[in-house]
Design a protein around this ligand. Structure first.
Ligand SMILES: Nc1ncnc2c1ncn2[C@@H]1O[C@H](COP(=O)(O)OP(=O)(O)OP(=O)(O)O)[C@@H](O)[C@H]1O
Length: 233
């Protein structure tokens, strides 16, 4: 997107993860009335707060575009967050959605989805499905669609759809580099761009990328174990 014709906005949403069995409830609250419904207040529990220096606050307030509480369904998250971005993409404007949060907070669940139920599908499969539905409706144009899947790990980019991914060590794979041309267009060197003509093909590539990412993760963990064993012997 270039020039100042289109308003570029960043919208920030919060999603509260459902409580696990042993987790303590009541450490956050969302504004109840219409006006404060986008305010999230985190209350630091008393036993924790007492350990703090006297003048530390015991509650923190944040404002978001919208807050998804523990009951929020994947469908609602898609409708509010991803559908408008997909619509803009179909109209020719770039869009980005990313999840940020500590480990285990639900980024993968929100972006990719949960494995157990079909209704737990996350933003990526829902968006793919939506985009292909829209393209099929438009018989006046011919579209070609491609998928790339990039992982950024320790500040280096790796191509998750590279066929060598499974066989090689992550460090041995060609690094994907980000470059900007004089017109400020971003180019990703060494990133495969695979054609996906329909939802099923796109989902297969997503699955392939996820698998390669998991293999890489296990490999990294195993390297960690080897290191510990070397240390002991
Ligand atoms: N909204 C939710 N509803 C039900 N289960 C959830 C929800 N959010 C997260 N979970 C579950 O919590 C666990 C951790 O979530 P997830 O793997 O998505 O975290 P993450 O932020 O991607 O973590 P990491 O950074 O370690 O990869 C998973 O078992 C996931 O299914």
């Amino acid at each position: 997107m270039s020039g100042g014709m289109v308003k570029q906005t960043i919208q920030i949403y919060a999603r509260v993860k459902p409580l696990g069995r042993r987790q303590q409830a009541g450490i956050y609250s969302v504004g109840e009335d219409e006006k404060s419904a986008s305010n999230l207040e985190i209350l630091v529990p008393r036993d924790l707060a007492e350990g703090f220096v006297n003048n530390k606050r015991e509650s923190y307030r944040f404002k978001f575009q919208k807050i998804f509480d523990q009951e929020a369904k994947q469908e609602a998250v898609f409708e509010s967050i991803a559908k408008p971005v997909a619509e803009c993409a179909l109209a020719g404007y770039n869009g980005t959605i990313f999840a940020y949060g500590q480990t285990g907070s639900g980024k993968t669940f929100t972006i990719t989805g949960g494995a157990e139920r079909y209704s737990d599908r996350g933003i990526i499969p829902r968006t793919l499905s939506y985009i292909f539905q829209q393209l099929e409706k438009d018989s006046s144009n011919v579209y070609t669609t491609h998928v790339s899947y990039l992982e950024i790990y320790n500040e280096c980019g790796y191509d998750l759809l590279d066929p060598r991914h499974e066989a090689s060590r992550l460090e041995d794979l060609p690094k994907v580099t980000i470059m900007e041309d004089p017109d400020q267009n971003i180019h990703l060197k060494n990133l495969s761009l695979l054609q996906a003509s329909n939802e099923e093909e796109a989902l297969n590539l997503l699955f392939l990328g996820d698998t390669n990412r998991m293999i890489a993760e296990v490999r990294i963990k195993l390297t960690g174990i080897n290191f510990t064993l070397d240390h002991l012997s």
